[in-house]
Design a protein. Structure first.
Length: 298
């Protein structure tokens, strides 16, 4: 029993020291501002195909007008019934600048236990008026954690949810674990059998994840890490710190490559700033958002 108490004391001290070290590292860590942009090649392929089919249909329709006017008249009536506002004589819209279609923009802020991710993108559809023009429907969302509350917001729709911060929920989980251990000595004994201290999941992950490549983005070095033989995704983490040292560690990603079939979608940093100070407004939901408050887990 004395040996078990000694091990438990060792674990307590080790945990306290680790917590103190983490607090010092977090206090010394710079605030970060990262903007990543990338084009969703898979979505772009679909949008291009839709426009190509529209142009082909338009040409076929015009050809039918010349060759079989009576059939064309019936087709036109049916088309205008299905697509109000359709005009076969409407001018063909200019081909879009494809480099600006299906672009996704992520803007991230790290500041101690505060975090924010703003995402911008768009959905595309063809205007059903015969012009084969593309209509973009922009969308903007935000995931904000101020260390006390977390807000998941659809800015475009003006609505979102408000709940406890991940810092709060993790603290509750740790407290629950401590209560469980204090009330169940047998569990503590079982864990003590693994050695001087409970296995550190982060240390295990660090041992399993291997650096398989390196890159430079915006003048900053990053490491590609791999776990197993997953060749569909490659993520390059900032070499200085793969995860931001806070109570809730989050990955610091400078570049990501995701493969879907023959398409490789790449997103990479176009802005990387070690900010001395970040505007506090970043960690506050935009005005005019209708928030639904979620119950606090107990």
């Amino acid at each position: 029993m004395n040996e078990l108490k000694q091990k438990m004391a060792t674990q307590w001290v080790a945990g306290l020291v680790a917590s103190m070290v983490a607090s010092v590292v977090m206090a010394a860590s710079p605030s970060l501002h990262i903007v990543r942009e990338g084009q969703n090649i898979s979505e772009l392929r679909v949008v291009k195909l839709l426009r190509s089919q529209c142009v082909m249909e338009r040409n076929m329709f015009h050809d039918m007008h010349q060759r079989q006017p009576s059939t064309w008249a019936i087709m036109l009536q049916d088309m205008q019934r299905k697509r109000p506002g359709y005009d076969p004589e409407r001018a063909l819209a200019p081909e879009p600048d494809w480099s600006k279609v299906a672009v996704v923009r992520d803007e991230e802020y790290f500041d101690g236990d505060r975090y924010a991710l703003y995402r911008e993108g768009a959905r595309y559809k063809l205007v059903p008026d015969g012009s084969c023009d593309l209509k973009a429907e922009p969308g903007r969302t935000a995931d904000i954690d101020d260390g006390v509350h977390r807000y998941v917001v659809n800015i475009t729709r003006g609505q979102g949810n408000k709940g406890p911060s991940a810092v709060v929920t993790q603290a509750q989980a740790r407290g629950e674990m401590q209560r469980t251990l204090s009330q169940n000595p047998a569990v503590v004994g079982a864990l003590a059998g693994f050695g001087p201290g409970i296995v550190d999941a982060a240390a295990v992950a660090k041992g399993l994840l291997k650096v398989v490549g390196r890159d430079t983005v915006m003048g900053e070095r990053c490491d590609y890490l791999a776990l197993g033989a997953d060749k569909g995704t490659a993520v390059c983490f900032w070499s200085v710190m793969h995860t931001y040292p806070a109570q809730v560690p989050r990955s610091v990603v400078l570049k990501a490559k995701v493969r879907f079939g023959a398409d490789e979608n790449i997103s990479q940093a176009v802005v990387f700033e070690r900010a001395a100070k970040i505007d506090p407004k970043v960690f506050v939901p935009p005005s005019g958002i209708a928030l639904r408050e979620l119950p606090v887990p107990r």
